[in-house]
Design a protein around this ligand. Structure first.
Ligand SMILES: Cc1cc2nc3c(=O)[nH]c(=O)nc-3n(C[C@H](O)[C@H](O)[C@H](O)COP(=O)(O)O)c2cc1C
Length: 174
């Protein structure tokens, strides 16, 4: 069995709730779950699989827009690391009705940052069933990871998570 860690930020809201649903789907005994502010990046080497979760909070330039964003801090600390041997996937929370031009943009940020470290995002997710006009987290009908909308489509989350984890199971060998 491969070792899996799920890192999410921010805690206390939809991202955390989604993170827990994902862990339950994988099997809580098979994945270590951390709010990013409680995770020591030095431990990343212990894991084969990395799942990363975030919300889009209206940041155009992520690294400059919000000093408080722990994902910025994480990727700055990660500079120089090589993630090419890890299996990596991302999920992103957003609101497609309030932010139709920037729906789950954070998935685009995650992709860029992971690729800078030699990694690649697994688990692209089809954009059917969502209503939005544009997204940095999307290309050619596919999101770069699982898009979840707990504000507008909470009822769809369990099924989406289930299908996404089944997809990842082959690659990640949970
Ligand atoms: C100030 C603010 C800006 C937001 N900007 C975006 C956005 O640009 N794109 C998007 O898809 N969702 C946006 N959202 C919606 C959040 O991503 C969504 O509500 C998410 O579920 C919040 O997760 P949390 O409860 O863990 O913080 C924004 C929410 C807030 C409060």
């Amino acid at each position: 069995m491969k070792k899996t860690v799920l890192l999410y930020w921010t805690p206390g809201g939809s991202v955390e709730r989604a993170a827990k649903v994902i862990c339950e789907q994988i099997g809580t005994d098979k994945v270590d779950l951390y709010d990013l502010s409680n995770f020591d990046i030095k431990k990343l080497g212990e894991y084969d699989n990395l799942i990363i979760g975030s919300a889009t909070i209206g940041a155009d330039v992520w690294r400059d827009a919000n000093d408080n964003n722990k994902w910025n801090e994480f990727f700055v600390k990660a500079e120089g690391m090589d993630l090419s041997d890890k299996k990596i996937a991302a999920f992103g929370l957003g609101n497609q009705i309030f932010y139709p031009d920037n729906f789950v943009d954070s998935l685009g940020y995650m992709k860029t940052e992971v690729e800078k470290l030699g990694g690649k995002l697994l688990g692209p997710w089809p954009s059917e069933g969502y209503n939005f006009t544009d997204s940095e987290g999307y290309k050619d009908g596919m999101f770069f990871g699982l898009a979840l909308d707990e504000d507008q489509q909470p009822e769809k989350t369990p099924q989406r998570v289930k299908a996404w984890i089944e997809m990842l199971r082959k690659d990640m060998n949970f």
